[in-house]
Ligand binder design. Structure first.
Ligand code: PLP
Length: 450
């Protein structure tokens, strides 16, 4: 059908994270509407959106209160900015709310539009701070392999995945990567989780010493890595990493873009794993992605050098036209109210524990190498051989196959290589978790037969 939506999509759209041929072969999945944890395509087929879109839609897909909040703000003040001395009520209310919600003392909020922009902003704040403090040599930021922090030039540099770097000649200067805490994949034979964490902290310290501690400004990490394959930190990891950072007075940026607002069963991933960040970066579940918005929370250590006019390096020349957009901020505020009123964090903890338990029941399946996760974020790692952890043909082939079968069976998940991720809306019930598990079992059995 030359004029079908599918054909027109292929003709006119360049999609993110695919190439045109692959998109054509797979065929577009055109989603028309959503309700609760479900979405429906243009043929009327219904799916459980077990990824909440892109790790985003905490409150579900058809929340009238968010629609009403947007409409109300749109009629009152559809746009304003926050450059220099201008402000507006949604910006003030949301900043106050976020500072109050922070699990560690934070003094200021700064608003951006995407996770990538927020991480770029964090880097610029840190570089500005070093200059303001008279330490211009202190510009290096350490990120991790498998970490995901976005796709702009600077945030893609922080991202530690080959596709985001190799073909773009990244990373830029001053960005370094250390090992990822992927215990199942990267621990040495016989190494316990604690030993693995100790080794990673030692490797980090070696890197800092080799570079010169006086040149290292910050470390960035997701409390639980998302796009890198849902990598849950092994025992002792964050405690040991933070001890090294403290020793050399290196700032910590917690990228809470996925973990923030309940995903791990607490309001922030930093609480679950005892992180004491100087900067927190948040987006996605901040507004359930109904509208684009992201935010940074910074503590006094970061804020004071930025605020001090006597630093003689000029104003903090940074900000976005739509940063803290009033309609997006109003939606975010209402979204946070809903998360609190409906105790979605409690639901993530309780139904999350159930989801983790049900997924772990699949560990005995021939194709399942590992099940990992916490709260309402998880991945199963698919293998051809459990003992050697070898993939089935090309790495990622089994993940893509199973993901496709699962979609046919009515569940949208996402495969990152052979890791199949589950990150459903925080409103999910136990019965709906059972639906996912049942479709997943069927899909794994079908994959085994191919
Ligand atoms: N940080 C993390 C942890 C993410 O998962 C993402 C996106 O998936 C980003 C940053 C980038 O966010 P955006 O796609 O809004 O630029």
């Amino acid at each position: 059908q030359p004029n079908s939506p599918e054909a027109r999509d292929i003709r006119y759209n360049l999609h993110a994270y695919t190439n045109a041929r692959r998109h054509q072969e797979a065929g577009p999945l055109i989603i028309e509407k959503g309700e609760g944890i479900y979405v429906e395509d243009n043929s009327g087929k219904r799916y459980i959106e077990a990824m909440a879109g892109l790790w985003s839609v905490a409150v579900g897909f058809s929340e009238q209160r968010l629609v009403d909040a947007a409409t109300k703000q749109m009629s009152k003040l559809p746009y304003y900015h926050s450059f220099t001395h201008k402000s507006h009520s949604p910006l003030i209310d949301l900043a106050e709310k976020l500072v109050q919600m922070a699990p560690v003392p934070m003094s200021k909020a700064f608003f951006t539009n995407s996770g990538s922009e927020a991480n770029d902003t964090a880097m610029k704040m840190i570089w500005y701070r070093s200059n303001a403090l008279g330490q211009p040599q202190r510009k290096k930021i350490i990120s991790r392999q498998r970490g995901y922090h976005g796709v702009t030039i600077a945030s893609a540099s922080l991202t530690g995945l080959p596709n985001n770097q190799i073909s773009f000649d990244l990373p830029i200067a001053n960005v370094l990567h250390t090992a990822s805490p992927h215990y199942w994949r990267e621990a040495r034979p016989g190494e316990t989780e604690e030993q693995f964490s100790t080794r990673l902290a030692e490797e980090l310290e070696k890197l800092i010493l080799a570079e010169g501690p006086e040149t290292v400004a910050a470390f960035i990490g997701e409390p639980v890595m998302g796009a890198g394959g849902v990598v849950v930190p092994p025992a002792g990891y964050w405690e040991k990493i933070q001890a090294v950072l403290k020793k050399y007075d290196i700032l910590l940026i917690a990228d809470e873009v996925i973990c923030g607002f309940g995903r791990t069963g607490e309001m922030f991933g930093s609480q679950t794993y005892g992180l004491q960040p100087d900067i927190m970066v948040m987006s996605k579940q901040l507004s359930s992605s109904y509208l684009p918005i992201s935010a940074l929370l910074i503590n006094d250590k970061v804020f004071e050098p930025l605020a001090d006019e006597s630093n003689r390096i000029g104003t903090f020349g940074h900000g976005f036209t739509a940063g803290g957009h009033p309609v997006a901020a109003a939606v975010a505020l209402e979204n946070l109210r809903l998360i609190e009123e409906r105790d979605l964090v409690g639901n993530a903890r309780e139904v999350g524990a159930y989801m983790q338990q049900r997924l772990r029941e699949l560990s005995s399946h021939e194709l399942v190498g590992e099940v990992r996760g916490i709260g309402l974020i998880a991945a199963i790692e698919l293998v051809a051989d459990k003992a050697t952890k070898a993939p089935w043909g090309q790495p990622g082939a089994l993940g893509a196959l199973t993901n496709g079968l699962l979609q046919q069976n009515g569940v949208i998940s996402r495969n990152m290589g052979d890791a199949l991720a589950f990150c459903p809306p925080l409103i999910i019930t136990r019965a709906q978790v059972d639906e996912i598990i049942s479709a997943l079992k069927t899909s794994l059995d079908e994959a085994l037969k191919q």
